[in-house]
Design a protein around this ligand. Sequence first.
Ligand code: 2P0
Length: 320
Amino acid sequence: MPITALAHPNIALIKYWGKRDTGRNLPAVGSISVTLDALYTRMSLEIPDSLTEDRLTLNGQPAPSLLPRLAACLDSVLGRERPRLSIDSTSNFPVAAGLASSASAFAACVVAADALDGGERSRDVLSNLAGRGSGSAARSLFGGFAELRNREDGVEVTTLLGPDEWPVEVVVAVTSEHKKAVGSGEAMEISRQTSPFYQRWLDEQEHDLAVARDAIAARDFAALGRIAEHNCLKMHSVMWTSRPPMVYWTSATVACLETVRDLAAGGVPVFFTIDAGPQVKALCLPEAADRVARALGETPGVQRILRSKLGEGARVLEAG
Ligand code: 2P0
């Protein structure tokens, strides 16, 4: 019988960009994110009788190119002598297009692998294992507002507020479903090595984290929006000033920013964030969500709108 885990992607409000240790995939800075409820990756693991190699299907199609990273993640949980596995992964949103698909995939992977092995590991251990697969995945073990902090030997993620404690909503304007040209991991390394703003980015992160942490504790939406937009634009400034430059934005991305700014100028509680892709994520208070979704849906270049409340951390769906 397969074991299935479900994990949601998360969207960083205070971003992770850059690694302090590429070998162990440790982030250079802490980060704060929200875990989404409506988007998910569901991953099933099974030990078939006579399999000599791992096998991966993604949304029903064979996906051998994605197998090495997932196999390494499975090795990190189950050991290299583990049995060969049949892995079936399904996501209900575009993969590798700046929607944090690696976060939900690796979070689901470690939770399913742990369950296959008895389910004894703590959330802290699983979060560190997920982070080795993909830095942002460490945060998807936790729901609501989550903060990742560096500690000497790894990372430590905590829940700042659970999903029901401050029910903000996320409206995603999907402007392109194409896979991005440069993956985040490679792009971060280019930024670390070449952007003249990289050190300043590192130096200011503790300040941004503290401001966001306080805003979340006080449920001060406007203050959270100001620091999140600033942090996002600072990260993109680092990307733009890398050599070669990494510009993930399109004209539709810019149009969405204008839409969000116009709404905010009219008193609507909304702010934007953008990750390593052209999609714009608007965070808003629940009473504004219909209006924000409509305005973004009417913005030129927007292909579709995804809406989500905040969700729970990664979990096993069915065992045994
Ligand atoms: C984040 N991003 O904090 C930032 C903001 C994208 C922009 O974490 O190399 O897939 O696998 O550790 O986690 C995307 O990078 O990178 C990411 P790896 P990951 O959400």
